[in-house]
Design a protein around this ligand. Structure first.
Ligand SMILES: O=C(O)c1ccccc1NCC(=O)[C@H](O)[C@H](O)COP(=O)(O)O
Length: 213
C-alpha cells in the first residue's frame, strides 16, 4: 500500500497521515508555495516520523548546497519537481546518496516521452498533471490530467500517480491507470496548506478499497 500525502506543515497533519496509514510523507521546500517549510520548521516534523514511513523532500530546481541542507534533516528521498533534466537527476542521486523521485507533468500525448527519458535516471517517477502556463506553482495545483493517456503504460522504474486526486476520485483513477502508488496534496486540504485529517483518512481508505485491501 503506497500512498503519499504531500505538503504537510503541522504536527497534527503529520500525525493524521501516519495514523491513516500513509507510506510516504511529503515536505515542500519551495518559498512560493503555501506549503513551504523552512529548515527550522521542517526539522521537528521530519524527526517525528517513525521508521518505515518515507520522508520525502520536495524541491524545485534547487542547488546542491540547498539539497545538502535539506538532506541533513534526515530525509529518505528527494522529489524533484522543477525542470531538472535526467542528467541533473542522476547528479543529485550521486551527490547526495539518496533516491530521487522525478515529477513529470502530463497534459497530452506529447508529454509522455519525458516519462521514459526520466525513467532512465530516476528511482521513481511521479506522473503528475502539467501546471497551467504561467502559474505560480509547478505542482500542488489540484489539477487532474486525462488518466486514459497512461492507461496500461509502463516505465523502467516504479511510478506514482498524482494530480488533482481526491477521496472521491482516487478509486476511479487507480482502476483506470493501474497505479500501485498514489500521491495527493490539495485534495485532502480544507484551505491551501491546511490538511484535513478526515479527508486524509477518506483518501487512504478509498485507495485501499480500490486495491482490494
Ligand atoms: O504543493 C506545492 O505547493 C508544490 C509546490 C511546488 C512544486 C510542487 C508542489 N506540490 C506537488 C504535490 O504536492 C504533489 O506531489 C502533486 O503535484 C499533487 O498535488 P495535488 O494536485 O495538489 O494533489
Amino acid at each position: 500500500m503506497h500512498v503519499k500525502i504531500c505538503g504537510l506543515r503541522s504536527t497534527a497533519a503529520v500525525e493524521a497521515a501516519i495514523s491513516a496509514g500513509a507510506s510516504h510523507l511529503g515536505f515542500v521546500f519551495f518559498a512560493k508555495s503555501p506549503r513551504h517549510l523552512g529548515l527550522a520548521e521542517a526539522a521537528p516534523l521530519i524527526a517525528s516520523v517513525p521508521p518505515g514511513v518515507m520522508r520525502v523532500a520536495l524541491t524545485v530546481n534547487a542547488d546542491d548546497a540547498t539539497l545538502a541542507d535539506i538532506a541533513s534533516l534526515g530525509i529518505d528521498m528527494f522529489q524533484l519537481h522543477g525542470s531538472e533534466s535526467p542528467e541533473r537527476v542522476e547528479e543529485v542521486r550521486r551527490a547526495h546518496g539518496l533516491p530521487v523521485m522525478k515529477a513529470v507533468g502530463i497534459a497530452g500525448p506529447e508529454d509522455l516521452p519525458a516519462l521514459a527519458e526520466h525513467g532512465r535516471a530516476a528511482d521513481l517517477l511521479l506522473v503528475d498533471a502539467k501546471p497551467p502556463a504561467g502559474g505560480a506553482l509547478p505542482g500542488g495545483n489540484g489539477l487532474a490530467f486525462d488518466w486514459r493517456l497512461i492507461a496500461g503504460r509502463r516505465w523502467p522504474v516504479p511510478w506514482m500517480l498524482a494530480g488533482g486526486l481526491t477521496p472521491e476520485t482516487v478509486g476511479t483513477a487507480i482502476r483506470l491507470t493501474g497505479a500501485r502508488m498514489v500521491d495527493v496534496s490539495s485534495g485532502v486540504e480544507s484551505a491551501p496548506g491546511v490538511k484535513d485529517p478526515a479527508r486524509i483518512a477518506a483518501f487512504i481508505s478509498a485507495a485501499r478499497a480500490a486495491w482490494g485491501l
